[in-house]
Ligand binder design. Structure first.
Ligand SMILES: [Ca+2]
Length: 476
């Protein structure tokens, strides 16, 4: 059920051995451990965990093999244009109301995402039930209050076998939702449906968006909307062994517009973790790419609304030279009306995740020769960055495993094409219990809703949310 957390929750560090320096890997292992303890079949989740560890890389495993990367960043700072020096701005957000909690006493609620229109936010997440994993949702008003009838969440897909990791976008009429679906029993496919602003699921359990062949999984979907059609991008297995990125366009009526999944930049090396935004003219997709043969880098490509890949060879984005190693993972892209702001996880000198940024113009022009550090705290790993534009500034949030107990932090970043202007970091998961992880964020232009997962009082995963609004609210 949905509960208000009344504050004063102590942040226990008792899970240090689980999270600690293992970061995200530890989280998923913890989840798997819980699953085993609960005696439910674990094949599907195990595959999913394995996939994600593979995709994210393991900060813990990489740690030993990494040498000092700090000099690279230092040199980058020296060579970067003067304008790229970081400047400070204020934190413009007020914490409005109390943190929400969605709890499910018999299982886990985790892996949340959030979308919004000008009236409501739609939170989506994965729920572990006795018969596998299902997709659930709940609505929050633009003032940050849960809808009474959505307490505890409503099912969006409870088909047989597992459905996980939903994402949504508002299309002007409905929320279009896409998730990973293993109802076939042999592989992960992508399914979707619509959720109305009233909370109705128009196609219960959804319809197929893209289905792989044989055991070729389709996973990690992201989506955007160009005013007429949706673009769904995902990583799909090829030749039963490597992941490449694909997309398909879907009309607002649900018609699949591309005969078959379209490869974005075919490669014999892995590509993973896509993120997509629409700039009013084209889509920009960014992802992590192992075409160097050794390390993951960040690449991008534009896709036109007609479904043409404009940058078939892909735009190399994280072109900084490495001294000794280091991967770049998990990019997230945000359009602010003039340019794209990009963030990704960069292995820092301790082999832990730090957050790096870059700005990219709508034609693919990279504004920053060297990526700049958006957040780097050597005491902790920064992972799972998510960025949003609220009409005035970007808000960047992430999972920070400082002190062994992960929490959600954020910084504001000005939409300045020349200077890096950002606030000091602030704790967002103030009342989020332990192991606050896997954050997501959406803005309707007036406020921002941040959601994450954390272990609740019963020891299972719950979904939490914190509404933020600007200090100066006019006419409200
Ligand atoms: Ca299910």
């Amino acid at each position: 059920m949905f509960r208000k957390v009344t504050g004063g929750v102590k942040m226990s560090h008792s899970n240090q051995e689980v999270l600690g320096e293992k970061g995200k890997l530890g989280m998923w292992i913890g989840l798997r451990g819980k699953k085993i303890l609960n005696g439910v079949k674990l094949t599907a989740l195990y595959i999913s965990i394995k996939l994600r560890i593979f995709v994210l890389g393991s900060l813990a495993v990489k740690r030993r093999s990494l040498k000092v990367i700090l000099p690279v960043l230092f040199v980058a700072a020296l060579l970067a244009p003067a304008g790229a020096k970081a400047q400070e701005m204020g934190w413009p957000w007020n914490y409005y109301g109390l943190t929400f909690q969605i709890s499910n006493e018999s299982g886990d609620d985790f892996a949340p995402s959030v979308a919004s229109n000008d009236q409501i936010y739609l939170i989506l997440w994965t729920r572990r039930t006795e018969s596998g994993y299902d997709v659930y949702g709940a609505r929050v008003t633009k003032a940050g209050r849960l809808f009474e009838k959505d307490q505890g969440g409503f099912p969006i897909c409870s088909a047989q076998n597992d459905q996980m990791f939903p994402k949504a976008i508002w299309d002007g009429r409905n929320f279009f939702v896409v998730w990973e679906d293993r109802r076939s029993g042999v592989r992960w496919d992508l399914y979707g449906t619509w959720v109305t602003a009233d909370g109705q699921v128009t196609v219960p359990d959804g319809f197929p968006i893209a289905t792989g062949r044989l055991t070729n999984d389709y996973v990690s979907p992201c989506l955007s909307f160009d005013g007429e059609n949706y673009l769904v991008v995902w990583q799909g297995k090829r030749l039963s062994r490597i992941y490449n990125l694909y997309f398909t366009r879907i009309s607002i009526e649900g018609e699949i517009l591309d005969d078959r999944p379209v490869p974005i930049s075919p490669s014999l090396r892995d590509q993973a973790s896509p993120s997509v935004a629409f700039d009013g003219e084209n889509y920009m997709v960014v992802w992590q790419d192992k075409r160097s043969g050794t390390f993951w880098d960040i690449y991008g490509a534009r896709i036109s609304p007609d479904g043409e890949v404009i940058d078939r060879k892909a735009i190399p984005i994280s072109i900084e030279k490495r001294e000794s190693g280091g991967n770049r993972w998990k990019p997230d892209i945000s359009w602010n009306g003039a340019f794209y702001y990009l963030v990704w996880v960069n292995a820092n000198d301790l082999g832990q995740g730090a957050l790096q940024g870059k700005r990219i113009g709508p034609t693919g022009e990279i504004y920053d020769l060297f990526g700049f550090v958006l957040q780097d705290n050597n005491e902790a790993a920064q992972t799972f960055p998510a960025m949003v534009w609220d009409g005035q500034d970007h808000l960047l949030i992430w999972e920070d495993s400082g002190q062994g107990n992960a929490q959600i932090y954020g910084i504001s970043i000005a939409a300045d094409p020349n200077d890096v202007i950002k606030s000091e970091r602030r704790l967002v998961s103030i009342y989020g219990y332990d192991n606050a992880a896997y954050p997501a964020v959406s803005s309707n232009g007036e406020g921002v809703l941040v959601v994450w997962q954390a272990t609740g009082p019963l020891g299972n995963w719950n979904v939490y949310g914190q509404f933020l609004h600007r200090y100066q609210v006019s006419g409200k």
